[in-house]
Write a protein that binds this ligand. Structure first.
Ligand code: B1M
Length: 214
């Protein structure tokens, strides 16, 4: 996507009028552009700019909240396109953003992509404590659990949750983690089964882990 096009998404994310992002997203869907290109090269690239402005204290939480609201709406519009490839049921997947963390845009994308790939997904939402993960795991008996964190402080909670999961059952479910501050090295350090950089890679990782298991 051209720089000028990313500018359009950036401006639409900052617009208080929800119609701006709706019109723009609709226009790009009608252009038959891949929904993943609209998402990654348009929306996520624009949101990264907003993150940089936030870091530099050029904008404040209300503006970031506005951008998040607009991003949610655009993702809702892309959702039918993103899950078009739905296939046979593959396995059960539980996901949540860990305790202390309320960022959910990336986690919601993982939900959409995993649903589209045929997983039966239970979304525990945001700010999810270890006990809630353990309770859901004992009720649902998932093949995979996904943990998302966007803060360097809350990513530490992932280790605590993984310890709880392993204490209950060392081999099941597989645990995958992700979120902006998370790395492969960190995943290895805390005993996760894998790390995925984005929602598409989360599906690839989940498929690989389940293949290796069987
Ligand atoms: Co927050 N925030 N925020 N924020 N926010 C960040 C994360 C930050 C990097 C901004 C910055 O300073 N540059 C910074 C964290 C710094 C740090 O810890 N090192 C930050 C901060 C500091 C905060 C507050 C503390 C601010 C404050 O109150 N003073 C506060 C914390 C609240 C809390 O959680 N307790 C806060 C609040 C908020 C809002 C509520 C205003 C809003 C969130 C709204 C919402 O989510 N509903 C918000 C936002 C929007 C952001 C930024 C700007 C954008 C995040 C985003 O949605 N990106 C963010 C800056 C940035 O990341 N560039 C920032 C788009 C999204 C698609 O990407 O979530 O990374 P992401 O998901 C990616 C991958 O990471 C991956 O897949 C997705 C792509 O496909 N992925 C997974 C995610 N989870 C995965 C799980 C997987 C696999 C892949 O497997 C299970």
């Amino acid at each position: 996507m051209l720089n000028e096009e990313v500018d359009l998404f950036y401006k639409a994310l900052k617009d208080t009028n929800l119609l701006t992002i709706e019109h723009l997203t609709k226009q790009y869907i009608e252009k038959q552009l891949s929904p993943l290109v609209i998402l990654n090269e348009g929306l996520i690239a624009a949101m990264e700019r907003i993150g940089q402005e936030f870091k530099a204290q050029q904008i404040w939480v209300p503006e970031v909240l506005l951008a998040a609201r607009n991003m949610h709406r655009a993702i809702e519009m892309l959702k039918p396109e993103l899950i078009k490839t739905k296939t046979e049921p593959r396995g059960k997947f539980i996901i949540g953003t860990v305790k202390g963390d309320i960022h959910d845009i990336g986690k919601n994308l993982v939900v959409i992509m995993m649903t589209g790939a045929g997983y039966e997904v239970t979304d525990l939402g945001i700010d999810v404590p270890r006990e809630r993960f353990l309770e859901a795991i004992s009720q649902i008996n998932p093949d995979l659990v996904g943990l998302s964190a966007l803060l360097t402080t809350t990513m530490l909670e992932m280790e605590n949750i993984i310890k709880g999961i392993r204490e209950a059952n060392p081999s099941r479910p597989k645990v995958i983690i992700g979120g902006a501050p998370v790395t492969q090295k960190f995943a290895e350090k805390i005993g996760a089964d894998g790390y995925a950089e984005d929602a598409v890679r989360a599906v690839e990782l989940a498929n690989r882990l389940l293949r290796e298991r069987s």
